[in-house]
Design a protein around this ligand. Structure first.
Ligand code: ATP
Ligand code: MG
Ligand code: MG
Ligand code: MG
Length: 482
């Protein structure tokens, strides 16, 4: 079943259950505290928090999402994209747990001829919050899933809250067992690769207060109007229904893998295990396919490459894709080949990626060319430093990393990645303190600063990276915002 058919069935099903179909909002979140739309519920936050009166009691959507926090998982797990589509159904003070569970079970298991997805009940597992006996009973009463396939999880996994006083509540998640070839037996608690999480049902049930952390708060009482917020990963369901190994091999993503394979002359083999000699190249092709699609969708929603915020995320995605292609042996510009492949895979659902392709591609290709120039100037310098450091039996010095950044505009993530490939660590602490010094110098004497651009962008990079590999730099954030 093609992705487009999966989303059509989703909307048709929930419309038949009285939901209003709401088009996807932009990837650029309307919520100022979020860089991007990270879940289907984001556009509905004003209704879910009762700040605004919803125009409907029930809604359904297929929401474009970006999760930069998952970037390091891409290509390595079967199931994490930086861009993906979250199918959701929502109740604003209307139906609650019982119907949410019934709807989910009905749609997943209803036969394909009947408009459903035709999943085998025997393959479905469920988790519930450990104190939510009600949810467990409803699963037992309304579905063919036995207690032996229902697992209980703690607050960290199966409880939703914003970390602020307000609505919160337990979750219940649905997993699909891909079979013994994918990992150990024992349900989702044992193996998340074999048992793939496909759907999260959030029961917004309580008002919480005295919030000490996301998992430590007091329940003030039941919400006067309880809400349902659910999210199913469209690509994960597509992976199952299309019988492929991972979400990057589904119909909207795979064509770019094939293009990357053709350009590099390497065979794509679906290798999952690091023991497989094809593994590293396969991960790279999956990264390329994922990042190119995310870049296409981000530019389409109005984001341009820059050194801060959303633009930096886009810049990083394009650079990572270009880097991965280089590691596959392609040194010349390849976005002019890859981006059209992604466009053609996505235009059926998002016609704008075709009608606006001139603008989108101009932005993307210019960014690739600029990055190739940066690489050309910095690589020789880095290689020199690597050889010297190795000979001295030392990590790459923070001074070298800093010089690369400062003089060549060589991004620190690239330095870390290339050093790691050469089997070298980087003295990140020293790099960090040099960055800080530079910042302080700049502050002390703003006038004598030459361009100003380099050090500001440096701090912005750290800021944008905060969530992923640069967690160690968070203490710089406050200053970087100046
Ligand atoms: P996981 O534990 O696999 O990282 P999650 O618990 O972070 O998933 P939720 O926040 O519950 O995911 O989001 C709801 C649904 O969206 C998930 O059940 C999954 O199907 C889908 N989803 C979440 N993150 C991604 C992603 N990075 N790529 C593709 N689908 C995703
Ligand atoms: Mg996750
Ligand atoms: Mg999860
Ligand atoms: Mg989840």
């Amino acid at each position: 079943m093609k992705s487009q058919e999966i989303t059509k069935r989703w909307v048709d099903f929930f419309v038949s259950k009285g939901h209003t179909a709401v088009p996807s909002a932009s990837l650029v979140s309307s919520d100022p505290s979020l860089l991007f739309t990270v879940a289907g519920m984001v556009p509905f936050i004003p209704y879910l928090t009762a700040r605004e009166e919803p125009p409907f009691d029930r809604a359904t959507s297929v929401q474009k999402c970006i999760r930069t926090g998952d970037i390091e998982e891409v290509g390595k797990t079967a199931r994490h994209g930086t861009f993906f589509q979250m199918c959701g159904n929502f109740s604003f003070g209307d139906y609650f747990k019982e119907d949410a569970i019934k709807f989910a079970f009905e749609l997943l298991t209803k036969s394909v001829d009947d408009g459903g997805y035709g999943l085998d009940v025997e393959r479905l597992w469920v988790t519930v919050y450990e104190e939510d006996d009600e949810a467990q009973d409803l699963w037992l009463k309304n579905t063919g899933i036995p207690a032996s396939r229902i697992q209980r999880m703690g607050k960290a996994d199966n409880y939703w809250s914003t970390g602020q006083p307000g609505p919160a509540g337990p979750c219940s998640e649905i997993y699909y067992d891909r079979g013994p070839a994918y990992g150990a037996e024992g349900g989702p608690i044992a193996d998340e690769n074999r048992y793939v999480e496909i759907w999260n049902l959030v029961f917004m049930q309580y008002q919480i207060e005295n919030v000490r952390s996301k998992v430590d708060f007091d329940i003030a009482g039941e919400l006067p109007k309880k809400n349902i917020d659910t999210g199913l990963g469209m690509e994960r369901l597509a992976m199952i229904l299309q019988g492929v190994e991972n979400m990057y091999e589904t119909d909207q993503v795979r064509p770019v893998i094939d293009k990357a394979a053709a350009l590099s002359g390497k065979e794509y083999t679906s290798a999952e295990s690091a023991d497989d000699p094809h593994h590293t190249d396969d991960v790279r092709m999956r990264v390329v396919a994922d990042h190119i699609r995310s870049a296409l969708m981000l530019i389409s929603d109005g984001v341009s490459p820059s050194n801060e915020g959303r633009g930096y995320v886009l810049r990083r995605l394009i650079r990572r894709a270009v880097r991965a292609m280089r590691l596959l042996g392609v040194e010349e510009a390849c976005l002019p080949q890859l981006l059209p492949a992604s466009r053609d895979a996505m235009k059926g659902v998002y016609p704008v990626v075709e009608t606006d392709f001139d603008r989108i591609s101009r932005i993307a290709y210019a960014e690739e060319r600029a990055f190739l120039r940066t690489i050309a100037s910095g690589t020789a310098r880095l290689e020199e430093a690597v050889v010297l450091s190795k000979a001295a039996g030392k990590p790459l010095s923070g001074e070298d990393a800093f010089a690369l950044h400062d003089t060549y505009g060589f991004p620190i993530d690239l330095t870390l990645e290339m050093a790691e490939e050469a089997g070298l660590k980087v003295d990140e602490a020293e790099f960090r303190s040099l960055m800080l010094e530079q910042r302080q110098r700049a502050q002390a004497d703003a006038k004598s600063k030459k361009g100003g651009h380099a050090d500001v962008s440096a701090f912005q990079e750290l800021l944008a990276e905060g969530e992923t590999i640069f967690t160690g730099y968070t203490e710089l954030e406050g200053e970087a915002r100046v």
